[in-house]
Design a protein around this ligand. Structure first.
Ligand SMILES: Nc1ncnc2c1ncn2[C@@H]1O[C@H](COP(=O)(O)OP(=O)(O)OP(=O)(O)O)[C@@H](O)[C@H]1O
Ligand SMILES: [Mg+2]
Length: 548
């Protein structure tokens, strides 16, 4: 299908062409820029170009590929760093130099790598779509290779040796060949049999999350926060320490140097949960602020498709994106260049449905081959001016299970992670706390309630302190203030640059137990009539009531 450009406006191109399909991938102009059909009219199509359109002219050719914008899925994904169009940046650089030339089309997978194939089917065995036929070892992971064809078949030959992606791994009796990779349209969720609600925790290593607002495998959490509230650091800490098999991290419109530093650091660090290197389990998709805005819109779909691919192998995959607001801005830009009717704050009216459709790709699933896998999402949001009533935060809130509000005032006081404990919530709290209670300590739930209660009482007492000063408080109340301060500074604070950046649930528990034990002992002393300062001197070696 070919046609000529009749109109150009920024990244949007109008072509006189018939027969294209919505969301079909097209090649635009002599340079062969990557584009996607975003609107169809009687005899013209509107195309969103994902690369810089400068230099493109009226009359240049546009050709359809016949396929929707897709990701190529197979062994080698964990070895590469991708841009939003799934182009592997390192191989792209080898091909085109440090400045990516326009129209560079390169497969997401390296077809020259040789993999050892371990078959799990035999000759004569029947296969249906989703069946695993074998695996290869990718960064010490079993990378399962499945059969992806709606038509069933019977194996006539299966490989027992090395192959590269251009070689088949098996053949069917009817002559069809099975390869080690396949393609999937990124805007469509990959199939699964059943979806369940999260019931098992996804340990993040962050005490404020694991203890106060626990997160479950298969859940979704959003982290809105104003400028400099620690979104990137928290996302990266979670990427480092979370108890996930595979982490897919999308740098979406944020600073390129932050990602570069992250890659450097991840290559050196070990995975806290296994004996692998951290980079072995990390899949990075970057579309930083210096890359074309339009590809940013596609980047989260490319990334989530790769995440679903590993989920379908039965892995627990964690998807992190920093920040979804930059994605929404790209959507807004595209929508306005299409002259669509703007909704709230100029965002398209379908912002909310797009966001919820995206977040709903998370979940615990039974895969087509009967394995259990999960896809969890933790997504940062950068509301302009820290205003949480803006449309992106509000739309995300409606669909996500946990809301971790990053607080500018806490960040100013350098209390990091700056998660506000009064306004944040997790809908997984009940189930996940029950899990911790049953597996780590029966007292987990009780300790959490007491911790929250002390923090709440502190909040109420603050108003009193403003009037009468700390000295005007009863010893009992002063003790609450002291305990709350300890909870905030010793327990909820975690400096990302020290060893304390990661805390196992057992360590989290013993830390909060120690603080609450101090509180109980001191409270008992006060009830017996001892002055608080004396008790503190006895118990902690602190002589006077400093801090408060
Ligand atoms: N857990 C932490 N431990 C120590 N310092 C932290 C932590 N989190 C954030 N910081 C400090 O706060 C600064 C800002 O954090 P970060 O860059 O993550 O904010 P951000 O919300 O991503 O900002 P932006 O809105 O500009 O993207 C960091 O450079 C660091 O000094
Ligand atoms: Mg940031």
């Amino acid at each position: 299908m070919k046609g000529r450009i009749t109109g150009l406006s920024g990244p949007t191109v109008t072509v006189s062409i018939k027969g294209l399909k919505l969301y079909e991938r097209v090649s635009v102009g002599e340079a062969g820029l990557a584009g996607e059909v975003v609107r169809l009219e009687k005899d013209k199509a509107v195309i969103q170009v994902y690369e810089d359109t400068r230099g493109l002219g009226i009359g240049e050719m546009v050709s359809g590929t016949g396929k929707a914008f897709h990701a190529r899925l197979g062994p080698g994904l964990l070895l590469a760093l991708f841009d939003g169009l799934q182009r592997p940046l390192k191989r792209l650089e080898e091909k085109t130099g440090p400045f990516v030339t326009k129209g560079s089309d390169i497969s997401g997978l390296d077809h020259t790598i040789r993999w050892r194939f371990f078959p799990s089917k035999k000759n004569g065995e029947a296969v249906t779509s989703g069946d695993i036929i074998g695996y290869v070892m990718e960064n010490n992971f079993n990378h399962y290779i499945a059969f992806h064809d709606e038509r069933e078949g019977r194996i006539s030959w299966i490989r027992h040796d090395d192959f590269c992606l251009d070689d088949p791994v098996a053949k069917l009796e009817d002559g069809r060949e099975i390869f080690g990779y396949h393609e999937w349209p990124v805007r469509i969720p990959m199939p699964y049999r059943k979806k369940f609600s999260p019931t098992e925790p996804l340990v993040t290593g962050q005490r404020c999350i694991d203890f106060l607002f626990p997160f479950g495998k298969g859940g979704t959490a959003i982290m809105p926060g104003g400028f400099g509230t620690g979104k990137t650091i928290l996302e990266q800490s979670i990427a480092k320490y979370a108890e996930a098999d595979i982490v897919v991290y999308v740098g979406c419109g944020e600073r390129g140097n932050e990602i570069a530093e992250m890659i450097e650091e991840f290559h050196l660090l070990d995975d806290a949960w296994t004996d692998r290197k951290l980079m072995d389990r990390t899949l990075l998709v970057v579309n930083t602020s210096n890359m074309p805005v339009s590809a940013r819109e596609a980047s989260i779909y490319t990334a989530v498709t790769m995440a679903e691919y590993y989920r379908n192998m039965g892995y627990h995959v964690l998807f992190l994106a920093d920040s979804i607001s930059r994605w929404a801005e790209a959507l807004r830009e595209i929508s306005s260049s299409l002259e669509e009717m703007p909704g709230e704050e100029g965002y398209p009216t379908y912002l909310s449905s797009r966001l919820s459709g995206f977040l709903e790709r998370a979940g615990v699933v039974e895969t087509m081959n009967g394995k259990i896998g999960s896809l969890s999402m933790i997504i940062s949001v950068s509301p302009a001016g820290g205003d949480f009533t803006e449309p992106v935060t509000q739309s995300c809130m409606r669909t996500s299970g946990a809301f971790l509000m990053l607080d500018t005032a806490l960040a100013h006081r350098r209390q990091f992670p700056a998660v506000n404990w009064l306004h944040s919530y997790s809908l997984y709290e009940k189930d996940i706390t029950a899990y911790y209670r049953d597996t780590i300590a029966p007292a987990w739930d009780d300790l959490k309630k007491r911790c929250k209660e002390i923090l709440q009482r502190e909040e109420t007492l603050r108003e009193v302190v403003e009037v009468v000063g700390v000295e005007g408080l009863q010893d009992e109340d002063r003790l609450v203030m002291i305990a709350a301060e300890r909870i905030r500074m010793e327990f909820l604070c975690q400096n990302a640059y020290t060893e304390d950046a990661f805390s196992l649930p057992e360590q989290t528990l013993s830390k909060i137990s120690a603080i609450l034990k101090f509180f109980d002992t001191a409270a008992a002393g006060i009830r017996e009539g001892k002055p608080l300062d004396e008790i503190r001197a006895e118990k902690t070696g602190i002589t006077t009531g400093e801090n408060v």
